[in-house]
Design a protein around this ligand. Structure first.
Ligand code: ADP
Length: 431
């Protein structure tokens, strides 16, 4: 059975049960109330009659008194034990109509104890109850129509966004495109929100897909150059290398350079391809001075350059040692590649942050390039890249690592004077 039909049937049924239960309740309450009222009246009438009888004498016209206390459409019977002493009654035969009776003892004129029984016809009440029954049944039947229509509308209202969602997903699956739902409705009910969330999800997927496509095409484009260089030198080596030692030397050198560049690039690509969730981040308290000393001395050993650490440094930071080291290596390596002089490492602190600045006095970066530095494969000029062997992936990796640690990177640079990259590390770290 379709969900729409289920909702339709269930709500209609439920509402009908509620209407019938309410109407039955009204009927029963009214019936009880009507009977109780009549019974109480009968009781007080009997009490009045009893006290009147005790004050009468032999000369009184008894029938007249009894008639005065007789209920409308009712009767008064006086019993002396089992024997009917006297009675007054309305014209109709009491046995044939629904009635209520009330019996109580009383003192008769001659001083004996008798039972007085008052009887009251309930025909009028029953008639009213019958009328009420008809009205309630009619109301129940009439109420079914709007209930039926309302549940139909309710079913549509609930299912329309879901049907649209289903339709869009089916379309997406068949066309292979990231289709979105047309959500022009304002407001924020759950169903509209589902559609919005779906659209956001589709947009994210589309962005991921595009990024991936871009990445793959960029990567293959970048790898094409070193492969072409290797291929052409290998061919040269084949043609003339065995006769000419100089050509052989040059070819092998170029092949070795390009291979190691490719190796480096593949490692960087793998780093970038890592899923962010796969990165294991362990925040801990790090003593900053020994940490920076270790990083700087490793760089000095590898490149025989000076990396000078500022003496005034805050004592601790809260971060992941391995990831932060990787991040610093990328920035220090760039500072080294694009400058000749010493590289400076400074650390200062503000109320909420520790700031580590890597400063070089090298070629600098033109200001219009700064906003793009962290994009994948972005290089300021091909020429620089040729000399340094960079791939344009270093800062993209640095950016992702920084994000993992909740760090922002601030870049300042002046062409011909040098650059500084500042890591803004939150003091509380990022859990
Ligand atoms: P690459 O591997 O090419 O160095 P990066 O992503 O690390 O790639 O850097 C991107 C570009 O930013 C580089 O091509 C370089 O031109 C420029 N750059 C990065 N750091 C510096 C720096 N300290 N000084 C000058 N230019 C820099």
């Amino acid at each position: 059975m379709r969900l729409k039909t289920k909702i339709h049937l269930l709500t209609t049924l439920l509402m009908l049960v509620i209407v019938v239960a309410t109407n039955s309740g009204i009927y029963l309450l009214y019936e009880k109330f009507a009977y109780d009222t009549e019974y109480n009246q009968l009781q007080s009438r009997a009490n009045d009659l009893s006290s009147t009888l005790s004050q009468l004498n032999a000369q009184t016209n008894l029938q007249q008194v009894l008639r005065a206390y007789m209920p409308t459409d009712g009767a008064v019977y006086i019993y002396d034990g089992e024997r009917l002493k006297t009675k007054v009654q309305a014209t109709l035969e009491m046995q044939e109509v629904p009635a209520i009776t009330y019996t109580m003892p009383a003192i008769w004129i001659d001083g004996t104890v008798v039972d007085i029984t008052l009887q009251q016809s309930m025909e009028e009440v029953e008639r009213t109850l019958d009328l009420l029954k008809v009205i309630l049944v009619v109301v129940s039947v009439v109420a079914t129509i709007p209930i039926f229509l309302a549940s139909l509308v309710l079913g549509r209202l609930i299912l329309l966004p879901l049907e649209r969602l289903n339709e869009t997903m089916r379309k997406s699956a068949s066309t292979g495109k990231y289709e979105k739902i047309d959500t022009t409705e304002k407001g924020g009910d759950e169903l509209i929100n589902i559609n919005r969330t779906f659209n956001i999800m589709m947009e994210k997927l589309e962005q991921h897909y595009q990024k991936q496509q871009e990445f793959v095409s960029n990567a293959s484009h970048e790898l094409k150059t070193p492969i072409t260089v290797i291929e052409s030198y290998a061919k040269l080596l084949l043609r003339r290398g065995f006769d000419n030692r100089e050509v052989a030397q040059e070819s092998l050198q170029a092949i070795a350079n390009e291979s190691s560049r490719m190796h480096e690039m593949v490692l960087q690509l793998l780093e970038l391809a890592k899923n962010k969730e796969q990165l294991d981040v362990h925040f801990e308290q790090l003593e900053l001075a020994p940490f920076l000393n270790k990083v700087a001395s490793q760089m000095e050993q590898a490149y025989h350059r000076t990396f000078r650490i500022d003496a005034q440094i805050p004592k601790f930071i809260y971060s992941d040692e391995k990831i932060l080291k990787q991040l610093l290596f990328i920035l220090l390596d760039n500072a080294r590649k694009y400058s000749e002089d010493e590289v400076r490492i400074q650390a200062t602190e503000t109320t909420n942050h520790v700031r580590i600045t890597i400063q070089d006095f090298g070629i600098g970066i033109p200001v219009e390039h700064i906003p793009h530095l962290f994009e994948r494969f972005y290089r300021v000029t091909e020429d620089r890249n040729r000399k340094t062997g960079g791939s344009g992936l270093g800062l993209a990796i640095a950016h992702e690592l920084a994000q993992q640690l909740g760090i922002t990177i601030d870049v300042k640079s002046k062409l011909g004077e040098g650059s500084s990259f500042t890591l803004c590390i939150p003091k509380e770290g990022q859990q």
